[in-house]
Design a protein around this ligand. Structure first.
Ligand code: FES
Ligand code: FE2
Length: 350
């Protein structure tokens, strides 16, 4: 499958990876296992024993090591075999499991998909906003999408679809589609956005505005960063003038990691600036948003993927609308980065 190798991808939400337990997940067509050492470090390893290729996910964690279910080889968190219960106990040279560089940041476990020596934690997206505030002001979600990861980037980059397919929670009242959104190119990122006045404010904010059910100014800014990490910064205010000093805001981080060519792990982290100490609201908000993605976005992008089969978007020759230049630019940028890696012979970790 086609994806950028030398890049950080979200492999899991931190809470999904636990000490003493194996999490099994496929990324980039490769089955992997994840666990946490006694020191708390997340480990990512290929899900295949080098002996007879039994999935290590059928085995178990013992201390900081993984034990193969089939003939008992043991591997440490670097993938080296530490114990062979057979014969004279000598460790064969080939008894090594591929491991992947990981970094835990912003409540997420990031995995480097390319050349291990090129893995620079400073190139993890600058999502410090996630950590800015109490735990009750940030929600984490995950769903699986049955489509190529770039279709989700198209969906998030062109929010005109919100006018048509979404319910009251992220209601935009038909205000986005009539606009021709400006977008700006910042090298490895692209930014686009919309501003509008909405007679009935967006469901996320309405009840907490000074005057619910009366008009409010809204904004949304979307930032895409290669390969497929995005932030949707959305807010509403009823203050005078053009500013957003008193705006209720949500910064929604959408991070897409390919599972296969036609399925994607969709991670979401939503940090808001209102009701930040309300744990119950926090849970309801992230659950409501994930439900909207699952019930409103997921079916349409999965159906699109079926229509496209194995053709690319260019081969399908789509008709373009006002909201399309942003997504088209993101696709072009990613294509250029991937082509450059292919030219340079950059390989996946495994
Ligand atoms: S397949 Fe793992 S030890 Fe034999
Ligand atoms: Fe959507």
């Amino acid at each position: 499958m086609r994806y950028l190798k030398n890049a950080w991808y979200v492999a899991a939400i931190s809470r999904e990876i636990k000490q003493g337990e194996l999490l099994s997940r496929k990324l980039f067509d490769q089955k992997m296992i994840f666990y946490r050492t006694s020191a708390g470090r997340p480990v990512a390893m290929m899900d295949r024993c080098p002996h007879r290729f039994a999935p290590l996910s059928m085995g178990r964690v013992e201390g900081d090591e993984v034990v193969c279910h089939y003939h008992g080889l043991k591997f440490d968190c670097t993938g080296s075999c530490t114990h062979n219960p057979h014969g004279d106990g000598k460790i064969p040279n080939r008894a090594v499991v591929t491991t992947y560089p990981t970094v835990e940041r912003f409540g997420l476990v990031w995995l480097w998909a390319g050349e291990p020596e090129a893995a620079d934690p400073d190139t993890i997206p600058p999502y410090e906003a996630i950590d800015d505030g109490p735990e009750t002001g940030v929600g984490y979600g995950y769903i699986k999408m049955e489509c190529n990861y770039e279709l989700i980037a198209d969906n998030v980059m062109d929010l005109s679809h919100v006018d048509f397919i979404h319910g009251p929670l992220i209601y935009t009242g038909g205000n986005l589609a009539p606009q021709k959104p400006a977008f700006s190119d910042h090298g490895d990122s692209v930014v686009t956005g919309w501003n509008w006045v909405q007679q009935q404010p967006m469901g996320l904010f309405n009840d907490f505005l000074p005057q619910p059910d009366t008009p409010a100014r809204h904004f949304v800014q979307v930032t895409w960063r290669a390969p497929c990490n995005m932030v949707v910064h959305v807010g509403a205010t009823q203050e005078d003038g053009n500013g957003y000093d008193e705006a209720l805001e949500s910064r929604d981080h959408h991070m897409m990691t390919p599972e296969t060519e036609y399925s994607t792990h969709y991670f979401m982290v939503s940090r808001r600036n209102y009701l930040v100490d309300n744990a119950e609201y926090n849970e309801g908000k992230i659950n409501g948003m994930m439900q909207a993605f699952l019930e409103e976005d997921a079916p349409v992008v999965a159906a699109i993927q079926k229509e496209m089969g194995d053709l690319t978007i260019d081969e399908m020759r789509p008709a373009y609308l006002a909201g399309d230049p942003g997504p088209v630019l993101c696709r072009k940028k990613l294509a250029r980065l991937i082509d450059r890696e292919i030219d340079e012979g950059i390989m996946a970790t495994a």
